[in-house]
Design a binder for this molecule. Structure first.
Ligand SMILES: [Zn+2]
Length: 299
């Protein structure tokens, strides 16, 4: 029977049933999203972000998205220190894991790997620490030419990271992963390297798998990772398989490298919650929170 044959009261009742069905569907769609805490493992609070997005603004964005801890770094390092020292950060329930950025300005992106002044700056920052405690890592740094992994300062910083148990956040290609690892005393067996974007240049999942097998402490951060998500924002099959093969090795991140990323912070985190909800609950919680929290000994 078609709805056209129904009386007015029956039509209203029918509409109510349909509306209830849609509401139930919406609840079901929400229920599959991951709803637990998030560790943002790639956050910048750069110079140019601080005026349009003062501390209360960025902290509100973290808070309303359930981001309970951040791997923070900034160009220059003042932004990280501001986040680490403000009572507002504690009030927002956000734990700051501070990293030393290797850049004082844009020019340093290209030259840091050979610049002794950067090494001196890193040593001074490490000695100073932050109000939230000592720096826990180095980076994010970039190597636009993977050969620069063998620059004198890049070599010294990788050795320093291993000696002082500092994690490293590196935006590099797969070749540079091998080169950077080779420059540590353990040849990459003991250094905690977080691969920003897990091969943004497009290293295939099989190559990522190979590097994860070779370096037991290598972690993958997943912002801007091409091929990660497919239809409807869900994980593509080969990446879903890789995440499930190594559920203790991946983390999510915002990469707020330009102000636009702050404007879309809500959408970025919602996107993560969507595909995390498509994983078994224990794997989702590891990638969302526990892997980062465990790496830095957070509660
Ligand atoms: Zn970044």
């Amino acid at each position: 029977m078609g709805i056209t044959g129904l009386g007015r009261r029956a039509k209203l009742a029918f509409r109510a049933v349909i509306a209830a069905a849609f509401a139930a569907l919406a609840v079901a769609a929400q229920a599959v999203e991951y709803t637990g805490p998030l560790f943002d493992a790639h956050l910048h609070y750069n110079d140019e972000a601080q005026s349009p997005h003062p501390l209360p603004d960025v902290l509100a964005r973290m808070q309303r998205n359930g981001v309970k801890a951040i791997l923070a770094n900034s160009r220059p390092n003042d932004g990280t220190k501001a986040l680490a020292s403000s009572p507002l950060t504690r009030q927002a329930g956000v734990t700051v894991v501070p990293f030393v950025r290797l850049y004082r300005n844009r020019a340093d992106y290209e030259s840091w790997s050979h610049d002794e002044a950067i090494y001196e700056m890193v040593l001074a920052e490490l000695a100073r620490g932050t109000a939230a405690g000592p720096f826990r890592g180095l980076g994010e740094f970039h190597l636009y030419d993977s050969g620069n992994a063998n620059g004198a300062v890049a070599k010294k910083l990788m050795a320093l990271a291993e000696e002082r148990s500092l994690a490293v956040l590196a935006h590099v290609d797969d070749l540079a992963i091998d080169l950077l690892m080779a420059n540590t005393p353990s040849k990459g067996q003991k250094v905690r390297l977080i691969w920003a974007h897990t091969g943004i240049g497009g290293a295939p999942a099989a190559r990522v798998d190979q590097l994860f097998a070779r370096y037991p402490l290598l972690m993958g951060e997943l912002s801007y990772r091409p091929g990660l998500t497919c239809d409807g924002g869900k994980l593509c099959p080969e990446w879903r398989d890789l995440l499930l093969k190594y559920p203790t090795r991946f983390m999510i991140g915002s990469d707020t490298w330009v102000n636009q990323r702050w404007q879309y912070y809500d959408e970025l985190m919602k996107g993560y919650r969507l595909w995390l909800g498509d994983l078994p609950a224990d794997a989702a919680r590891k990638i969302a929170w526990e892997n980062g929290a465990g790496l830095f000994g957070l509660k």
